[in-house]
Each structure stands twice: as C-alpha cells, then as structure tokens.
Ligand binder design. Structure first.
Ligand code: HEM
Length: 164
C-alpha cells in the first residue's frame, strides 16, 4: 500500500535526521563551544560524556528503527538474494549495509571507551593529564569516523533513490 510505504519512509527519514543531525551537532557545534570555555579538561570531558549519554537515549532507538525500517524497505530482496549482487540497486544496497555494519562497530567501540568506571577514574583524578588527552583524542577520532560513515550512508541512500 502506498500510504504504508510513505509512513515507513517518513519514519526512516526522521530517524536518519535524528541520528545524523544529532551527531553533527555534537561534533560541529557543542564540542568547539566547550573548547572555548574555561573549564578544566576533566570537566569538559565529563560534560561531553553526559551529553553523549543523553543523546544515546534517542540515538540508539533511532539507529534500531533505521535498521528495522531499512530491512522492511529491502523486502524485495528477501526471496531472491541473488539480486543483491546482480543488479546495481542491489550492489548499492549491499554497500549501504556494509557501511551500516562499520558504523555499528565504530559506535560500539566509541561508547565502550566511555564506560562508567572510566568516567569515575577521570573524575576522581586517578588519570594523568596525558592519559586523559589520549583518551579524548581517541573519542574524538571515533566520533568523526561515525559522522563520516553516517554521511556516506546518506550518499548511498541518495544513489539508491536516483536508481543509478
Ligand atoms: C544509519 C543508518 C541509515 C541511514 C542514515 C539511512 C538513511 C536513508 C535515507 C535518508 C533514505 C532516503 C529515503 C528514500 O529515498 O526512500 C534511505 C532509504 C533507504 N534505506 Fe536507509 N538508512 C540507514 C539504514 C538502512 C539499512 C540498515 C537498510 C537496509 C537493511 C536501509 C535500506 C534503505 C532502502 C532500501 C531505502 C530506499 C531507497 C530507495 O530506493 O529510494 N537503510 N535511507
């Protein structure tokens, strides 16, 4: 049914907006502003961790919904997996799925670095400035990779839509 398809696309698009828009906002707006504020390195890192945790409350459901509605959108391939490799639409979809898998792996590593015990170590000053700086740059690089992969996934969606 057309209306059913429209609703699925709307949910897929809204979730994509939350996921990509939210990550970009944290990286391109919040992080640079925090840097200009005169908090200590620990305080800035803790603020970012808190923002990240709060964002995860909507980001993780969005990612799960994207995968669910994405699988629904791919139903035409369910009884003919061959099409994934023999059509250009199928090839693009395969690349998109691989990018989504890379995104999930990077995201899990990113979130695992900032476990509760690590946060406590930072706040109780059990970590040296050197260790905190190293941790911070790891988190930033992974965050950047997440944004780049997400924007790449949007490009694959555009290619799928224009049926190149
Ligand atoms: C971070 C994850 C994802 C993002 C940001 C994303 C984003 C998008 C966007 C913006 C569209 C365009 C809407 C449209 O033209 O219909 C789209 C369409 C689509 N997505 Fe996703 N998506 C994600 C995950 C997935 C996954 C996991 C699958 C498959 C398992 C998938 C399958 C599809 C399909 C089949 C379409 C329809 C393309 C078309 O023919 O127009 N998506 N996606």
């Amino acid at each position: 049914m057309a209306i059913e398809q429209a609703i699925i696309t709307w949910i897929h698009l809204t979730s994509a907006a939350i996921w990509v828009g939210g990550s970009l906002f944290i990286g391109a707006v919040l992080a640079p502003i925090l840097k200009t504020m005169s908090y200590s390195l620990e305080e800035r890192l803790q603020m970012m961790i808190r923002v990240g945790r709060r964002f995860n409350k909507i980001a993780i459901p969005s990612l799960i919904i994207l995968i669910g509605t994405g699988i629904y959108n791919s139903y035409s391939f369910f009884n003919n997996f061959e099409l994934l490799f023999s059509t250009s639409y199928g090839n693009l979809l395969t690349i998109k799925i691989i990018l989504v898998m890379a995104l999930i792996i990077t995201y899990i590593i990113h979130v695992r670095i900032i476990r509760k015990d690590i946060e406590e170590q930072i706040m109780s000053k059990k970590m040296s400035e050197q260790q905190i700086k190293k941790l911070r740059s790891k988190i930033i690089i992974l965050g950047e990779i997440i944004v780049i992969i997400s924007v790449g996934i949007l490009f694959m969606a555009a290619l799928l839509n224009s049926s190149i």
